[in-house]
Ligand binder design. Structure first.
Ligand code: ADP
Ligand code: MG
Length: 621
């Protein structure tokens, strides 16, 4: 669709009523304000920071209170309606026009990087540009104008997505899986309060499925028809993402399915992947990790990500983060009993394990990176995730003005406008969406123990529970969740675990404090394990710590993990980091903990092999 630049003159809503020329084009909005000394000040709201916009009108309810409403309802009540008479009656019962105001409004929602924060904290701030259209005498004409701007924003967004991507906006939904038990059990609440409002602003539709037990997500993704989805998003921790990844690569159609972009909104206790995505893409993480991750889901951009294939005697697994044996895995798993403490559980258990240090006897073999060229099947490409949905009804807000003018009076209205009394706190937009959603969920929906599991979104007025379906689905999933051997999925070129280690591999035998391999920068939000890792570099970084290391050295190592200074620049007798493309761990004892992506797996020999760029992960613009 072609999009033409739009310009118009607006006035600020404050007493000064300054003239502001507003331009909308492929760069975004340019606001050029004339100041009293005839100099003009320019401000740009970058298109890539804009998530969406809405046309809105002001209505009055029966009690005479003003109400903000979306244009779709407005247009219907205005003579273009196509719905049934009953529906008309129902709506007009509580909505009548405020005839004195023929204005139409356009709200533009953007999340702009604020680099001038105190203490060098860079973060994104929600910014709402409100344009009031009242150049025409009738509401219909003003709304037509507002809609012209609305559609132009959409067209430019669509063009920008398709120009750096492979597909255009096609109305597909996002498939969302939420683990209510992840982290300290707040995933439902975080999703409802922090993620949904932003998805709504972007008019991104989604289907939400709440997991019912471990392996639910894996089996769900393995059998789900994914044709109508543009991406899959985990609302949870790395464990939930691990399930989704394995479900995807276990599918019979995995060669196609692997291109489906995967996203994560960090609600777990570790959150290594979300932190790594932010780090590699130069996006701020703290203090708003949920917002950053949600914007990645909406960006339409995805990057290729390496996957490591894990072979054990009885199973094949696919990993995106790490494989561990010894100290770090012990801490990860044994601290489960302190789960309610969130991330703190790791710190407490680290101290405990340091005092009662264990070592493990076994053999580690690996194929150093230099010895093998790794094919790259990933490549940078982007896809579009945005869907087209109708505008939404907004509930009344009592508070006026204040928060609207966030971008130095970011609220402008077109010619003739003098009276600013009709401004509404735009934050009410966000809250009212939330309230209307929440009022339809009983409070148990928020509780980690709730049994309600499946919902369709969102144009917000549509909200079905399809619990009947989900229950039968759940039965099916329970039956199939015992499946432990993968019949499908990508294979590599390394020998099977039963065969001897090839002569080109390096073999180390002895007593180890730990062997921990990673392929992302962060193992947790505060664990900067491999500073040099890239998403698609085809490298597994194996860190080996041998028996004999002193406790103070080990303490330094563990403390250095938060800044990435834990591994010495040159390998030494006790600590080393080797870049490899495949490795094998063969414990000699019967007991110990092995983890893949922070999840405990069967204890016993394992082999890991790099599959470069196997899947795609959603990334910020
Ligand atoms: P965290 O980062 O806090 O560990 P995750 O989302 O990674 O959170 O999930 C932790 C574990 O919970 C994973 O092993 C996952 O398989 C499991 N899980 C997923 N859904 C459920 C559920 N509904 N009930 C219990 N456990 C679940
Ligand atoms: Mg990598």
């Amino acid at each position: 669709m072609d999009a033409e630049e739009l310009t118009d003159i607006f006035y600020t809503s404050d007493k000064k009523g300054q003239v502001c020329r507003v331009k909308l084009n492929g760069q975004g909005f340019t606001l050029q304000r004339e100041t009293s000394n005839n100099r003009s000040r320019e401000q740009v709201i970058d298109l890539k920071d804009i998530v969406g916009s809405r046309c809105i009108i002001v209505k009055k309810d029966r009690r005479g209170c003003s109400m903000l409403c979306s244009s779709s309802n407005a247009a219907q009540t205005d003579g273009n309606r196509s719905d049934s008479g009953d529906e008309t009656k129902k709506r007009s019962n509580y909505l009548t026009y405020e005839h004195s105001d023929a204005s139409a409004y356009l709200y533009v929602f953007a999340y702009i990087l604020n680099k001038k924060q105190l203490r060098n904290i860079i973060r994104r701030e929600r910014t709402v540009l409100k344009l009031r259209f009242r150049s025409f005498d009738t509401f219909v004409d003003n709304m037509r104008e507002a809609k012209r701007w609305y559609h132009t924003v959409k067209s430019f967004k669509g063009l920008s997505l398709s120009s750096n991507g492979t597909t255009t906006t096609d109305g597909r939904r996002i498939l969302v899986l939420l683990n209510p038990k992840s982290g300290s059990g707040k995933a439902r609440e975080i999703f409802n309060r922090q993620v949904v409002p932003v998805l709504n602003e972007a008019e991104q539709s989604y289907d939400l499925h709440v997991t019912k037990h471990p392996n639910y997500a894996r089996e769900f993704i393995r059998v789900k028809n994914l044709d109508n989805y543009s991406g899959i998003v985990a609302i949870g921790g790395d464990g939930l993402f691990f399930e989704i990844l394995n479900g995807l690569l276990m599918r019979a159609d995995w060669p196609e399915a692997r291109h489906m972009p995967l996203g994560i909104v960090p609600c777990g206790s570790g959150n290594g992947l979300a932190r790594s995505v932010a780090h590699v893409c130069g996006e701020p993480y703290e203090p708003k990790p949920i917002l950053g991750a949600t914007l990645s889901v909406l960006s339409g951009r995805s990057i290729a990500m390496d996957v490591v294939r894990i072979q054990q005697q009885n199973q094949i697994l696919y990993s995106f983060l790490s494989v561990g044996w010894g100290l770090i895995s012990d801490i990860d798993i044994e601290s489960e009993r302190l789960r309610s403490l969130g991330y703190q559980r790791f710190t407490i258990w680290t101290l405990h394990r340091l005092i009662s240090l264990r070592t493990y006897h076994g053999k580690v073999s690996y194929l150093p990176k230099e010895k093998m060229g790794v094919a790259n099947c990933g490549g940078e490409e982007t896809i579009s995730l945005t869907a087209n949905l109708p505008t939404i009804p907004l509930k009344h807000s009592r508070s006026c003005n204040a928060c609207l003018n966030k971008i130095n009076n970011g609220c402008f209205h077109s010619t003739q406008c003098i009276n600013s009394s009709k401004y509404y706190d735009v934050i009410s937009l966000q809250n009212s969406i939330n309230q209307s959603l929440n009022s339809r969920c009983d409070s148990s929906w928020f509780s980690p123990g709730s049994c309600r599991s499946t919902y369709h979104s969102v144009s917000e007025s549509i909200y079905h529970s399809i619990e009947g379906e989900s229950d039968s689905c759940s039965e099916h999933l329970k039956l199939s969740s015992n499946l432990s051997v993968h019949l499908c999925g990508p294979t590599g070129s390394a020998p099977s675990l039963q065969e001897p280690v090839p002569a080109t591999w390096v073999v180390e035998e002895g007593e180890f404090v730990m062997v921990h391999a990673a392929y992302q920068t962060h193992l947790g939000s505060d664990c900067f394990f491999v500073p040099q890792a890239k998403f698609n570099d085809g490298i597994i970084y194996v860190v080996i710590i041998r028996r004999g290391i002193s406790r103070s050295q080990l303490l330094n190592f563990l403390m250095g993990m938060s800044t990435g200074s834990h591994v010495p620049e040159t390998n030494n007798e006790y600590i080393k980091m080797v870049p490899v493309t495949a490795f094998r761990i063969e414990p000699y004892g019967e007991e110990g903990i092995l983890t893949v992506d922070g999840e405990r797996i069967e204890f016993g020999p394992l082999q890991a092999e790099m599959l470069p760029g196997m899947v795609r992960v959603m990334a910020p613009k």
